[in-house]
Design a protein around this ligand. Sequence first.
Ligand code: S3P
Length: 434
Amino acid sequence: MSVTYQIEPGGVLKGRIRVPGDKSLSHRAIMLGSIAQGVTRITGFLEGEDAIATLNAFRALGVSIEGPTRGNVTVHGVGLRGLKAPGRALDCGNAGTAMRLLAGLLAGQSFDCELTGDESLRQRPMERVAEPLNRMGARIETGKGGRPPLKIHGARKLAGIRYDMPVASAQVKSALLLAGLYAEGRTCVTEPAPTRDHTERMLQAFGCAVEKNGNTVCVRGGAKLTATAIEVPADISSAAFLMAGASIAPGSDITLEHVGINPTRTGAIEILRLMGADLQVLNERAAGGEPVADIRVRGSTLRGVEVPRELAALAIDEFPALFIVAANAKGTTVVTGAEELRVKESDRIQVMADGLQALGLQAAPTRDGMRITGGPYRGGVVDSHGDHRVAMAFAMAALRASAAVTVSDCANVATSFPGFVELARSAGLKISLV
Ligand code: S3P
C-alpha cells in the first residue's frame, strides 16, 4: 500500500502529547518475557509493525501471548529451554532489531530456524551478528553478501567468548548477550563507544546477573530469568520528531510526556541544546529500571554546530530529525562519525541529503555524515524510500518551508509510530494523507 503525506507549510506545535512506546524496549520485553519463567505483564507496548513482528515470531515459537490491547501485553514465559520449532520462516518485517536479536537468541536452541524480512531488511548487513555468533559455536548462514535470510542451525553447543565489537551496535551486543544465556561460561562484549543498554538493564530486571566493567559487559550461561512487570515509556526516538518540529517553529510550545531518557539514548537532547534549542527535561523519575521524564520544547533561534563525534551513537536514530533542525539553523552543521546511518532502514545519509536538496537546501553527504547549511527553503516532493524516520523528519520540515511538502512512500511510519499523522495534526502540523 502506498502512502503519501501532504503537509501545508507553516504552523506551530502545541500541547501535551504522549508518543507511542519505545521500540527497543518493546522488542526486548517480548523476547525476555518469552524465555522467562512465569507471566510477564507489559504496559506501554509499542503497537507498531516492528514490535508486532517480534510478538508474532514468539507466538510462532510456541509462546502464548495475549494482546496487545491499548499497550497491554501478557507473555506466558516458557523458560530458557521452552521455545518450540516454528515450522516456518520467521518474518521480521522491517525490523533490524528483531532479526539481529533473534539470531542471538535462536543460535542456542535445539531446532533449526530461518529469519527473513521485507525488501529493506533484506538489504541490511547480518554478518556482523553471524560472524561472532558462529565464533561461539553457532551455525548461521547468511544470504548473498552477508544479507538475510538467516539460516540458523540448532542443537549446537555454544561457548562464551570475549568479543571486541568493531562497530558500536547495541543490536550486535544484545545478540551476543542473548546467545550467552545459552553458552557455556561467560560471554563478554566490549563496545568501542557506548550504545543503548536496554538489554543489560532488562536482563537484570528479570533477575539475570549482568557484570559491567568499563565498556565491557558479560553474562553467564544458564541464568534463570524470572517474569516481571515491564512498563515501557514513550519512545524518545519518536518524540524527537516533535522536539525537532517545535524547535524550528517559532511560537511552538509542546510537552512530550513520559519519555524514556536512558542516558544511552539522549544524544539528541544534547545536540539540540548545543544548537540553541529551548528544551527542558522535567519531572524526572524511574519506570521499570529506566529513567523517564517529560520534555518541554519551545521554538527558538538555532545555530549550526559541529556535532561532537562521541554523540553519534547516542543519537543514531535521531539524525533524520536533527538534519531538519540543521536546515533551520543559522550557519553550517557538520555531522561526522555516523557512518552507521548508511545501513539503516535506508541509506539515511544519501536519502536525507537528496530530500534536503529537493527543497533547495545545501546538504553535502560525506562518508560518515553530512554538512548542512541552514537557510530558507521551498516546498517540493521528497521520496522517503520507505524509511519511517526519513518520512517523519520531512513532514516536520514543512513547518518552515515556503510551500507545501509532499513525502512519498510513508507506509513504514507504522513500524515505529502508529497514529503519527493524527497525533502530529492534533499538535498543529498541517498534514494529511493523499
Ligand atoms: C537498536 C539499536 C540501534 C538502533 C535501532 C534499535 C536496538 O541499532 O539504530 O533503531 O534496539 O538495539 P544498532 O545497534 O545497529 O546501531
